[in-house]
Structure formats: structure tokens, C-alpha cells
Design a protein around this ligand. Sequence first.
Ligand code: NAD
Ligand code: K
Ligand code: MN
Length: 345
Amino acid sequence: RKSLTIGLIPADGIGKEVIPAARTAIEAVGSDIPPPKFIDLIAGFESFTRTGVALPEETVEALKNQCDCALFGSVSSPSKKVVGYSSPIVALRKVLDLYANVRPVVSVSANPGEQSLIDLIVVRENTECLYVKQEQQIVGEHGKEARATRLITERASTRIGKMAFELALARPRKHLTIIHKSNVLSITDGLFRESVRAIPTNDSKYEAVIVAEQLVDSAVYRLFREPQIYDVMVAPNLYGDILSDAAAALVGSLGVVPSVNAGDTFVMGEPVHGSAPDIFGQGIANPVASIRSAGLMLRHLGYTRAADRIDNAVDSVLREGQLLTPDLGGSAKTQEVTEAIVKRI
Ligand code: NAD
Ligand code: K
Ligand code: MN
């Protein structure tokens, strides 16, 4: 590549505060990546209230035709149904076929090079499950009735499973836990479980991976009691969403957990957290999740050195503990933490 074109979609709330921080971190890696070009793109609830469109066609077109990768911030999706509105991030994952949401949850070790206490990856299926958003409400004999379709396909389960096996294979422990609830949902979760289970049977290169499984409810329990048992966890969309927020509590804050939405041809970094309306506008959002998401995106594209530099800089600022945002018990501003990280990059 002669240059690296990165679409920036801050969207709503603290997304507007943390995506610029991620941009500065990318600019700081210099010659370890091709010269970056940034394209500012619009999406979100604010866009919807202003123009009636949450995900403008120009944004999708620019991502498809001009960008090598992208960074997404967060959207403020209301909890009450708003006619005509649909979450642009859920839509983007589908439109760009970003079928995997890879969410590493890692604690910072006391000393550089030391093993982290918590070091796991939640691999979340990103295109189906209840997030197909086929909901209906009718008035039945006993009042209102609401239904949702939960779609699980062999194709999507197998491809997310393969992604999880690949990630497990590259890690020292090579351990993979399949998360499901097929004791109750034997047809849907059963298909997810069987599809992932079948992968090493059909491809011997995955035989080196140790496969375990855990029902989703007890998985949350064990995640809090003995997080060190987990290495890579693969889950259908909703379970993966919940598990990764839960896991974020183990490493101090949602404000430090990154992700990438990955498909076979495109990657989009995104902090795991939402738009945090409770702290928006105060300049105190933790930029670490977004900066790490930028690093993860670059790692996914093969720019390992740049990604290492970003991760090491973040770890050293967190380890020193002098400049922490309020979610981590400090009193530093987004800007100060970003500057400290950029200096170390
Ligand atoms: P949230 O992740 O926005 O916030 C949860 C808590 O974590 C809040 O107390 C918040 O202040 C804190 N927090 C989150 N990120 C932080 C950061 N970087 N630094 C410091 N503190 C941080 O979840 P929520 O409150 O349930 O949802 C708020 C909005 O975000 C909703 O409208 C929801 O739809 C949206 N949301 C969007 C996404 C996305 O864009 N993919 C994901 C989750 C939620
Ligand atoms: K987000
Ligand atoms: Mn979530």
C-alpha cells in the first residue's frame, strides 16, 4: 500500500471525544504504516434526528470504495422505538459483512513482559441471532404479545467458529470455549454448538486446539470467579455482547476494552462501550478502548510493529497509574491521557 485510507465514524456521544484520540495515536506511529489518510464519515442517532437518516448512503459508499479500514465510535440508540430509526452499527456490520466481533479483554501486568492475570478474547458472531431484529407485536387473546426471530445458521456459525479456532491456534494455550445454552435452546444454540464442534473434525489443522464448552449463564459465573480459565470464547451475537461487557468489569472499565469488526475483506475498529451519555461533554471519557481498537485494526491488517507500539504505550501509561480517567479512579482528562500515550508511542 502507498497509503492507508481510514474512515472515521465517531457517531454519537463520547464517540466524538475518543475517535479523535485514536486518530492521533495512528498518526503517531509514523513510518510503521503507510501514510494514513482519514475520511470523516457520518452516522448515528444525531444524524437521524438532523436528516432522517442514521446511516447515509455516502458513508457506506465511501467505506466500500475508498477506505482500507475504518474506526467507529458509538451510537446513542434510544431504548424506545423511534419510527424510521435503526442502529447504524448493526446495519454496518451486515452491509460490510463484518461477521466477527473480536474483543480481547486483557489486564495490565504489574511489570512489563509479565503474564497478565486476565487475558481472554471474546469472539462474538456479528450478523445474526436476535440482532436480525425481526420483531413483531400483536394483540392476542390475553393482551399484547411480542415475538422476535432468533436466526442461527450453519454458515455463520462455522465461519465465526473458524475465526475463533484460528485465534486460539495462535495463542500459547490454544484453548477454546464454546458458549451456548443448548440445554434449553437445543435447535438454535444446538446448531451453533454443533457447527463449531464440527470444525476440527473437518480440518485437521485445528486439532491442536483444546475445545471446551460452557452454558452461557454459568460462563458468566465462572468468568467472575476464575477468569483465568478462559482463553478464547466463541459465542452467538447476544451472549457475546453481554459476556464482553461483563468481562470488561474484570479489567477495570468498559473504557479500556477494544474490538474489531472483521470480515474477509474489511476491518473496522470499535471500542466495546457505547455513547456514555452520563459523561458525554465533560472531556473525561477514557480514550484507551478506542486507541487500542486502532491498534487492533492495524494488527489485523498486518502492521504488527505499529500495533505493538500502540499497545505498549497504552500499557505503560496504565501501569504508571499517574494519568487515569475517572472510570479508572483517576482525575485525568481524555486529552491528557491521549497526549501521554502519544508521547510513548
Ligand atoms: P455505555 O457503554 O455507553 O456506558 C456504560 C457505563 O460505562 C457508563 O457509566 C459509562 O459512563 C461508562 N463508560 C463507557 N465507556 C466509557 C469510557 N470510554 N470512559 C469512561 N467511562 C465509560 O452503555 P449504556 O449506558 O448502556 O448505553 C448508552 C448508549 O450507548 C445507548 O444509547 C446504547 O444504545 C448505546 N450503545 C452503543 C453501542 C455501540 O455503539 N456499538 C454499544 C453499546 C451501547
Ligand atoms: K461502540
Ligand atoms: Mn454491547
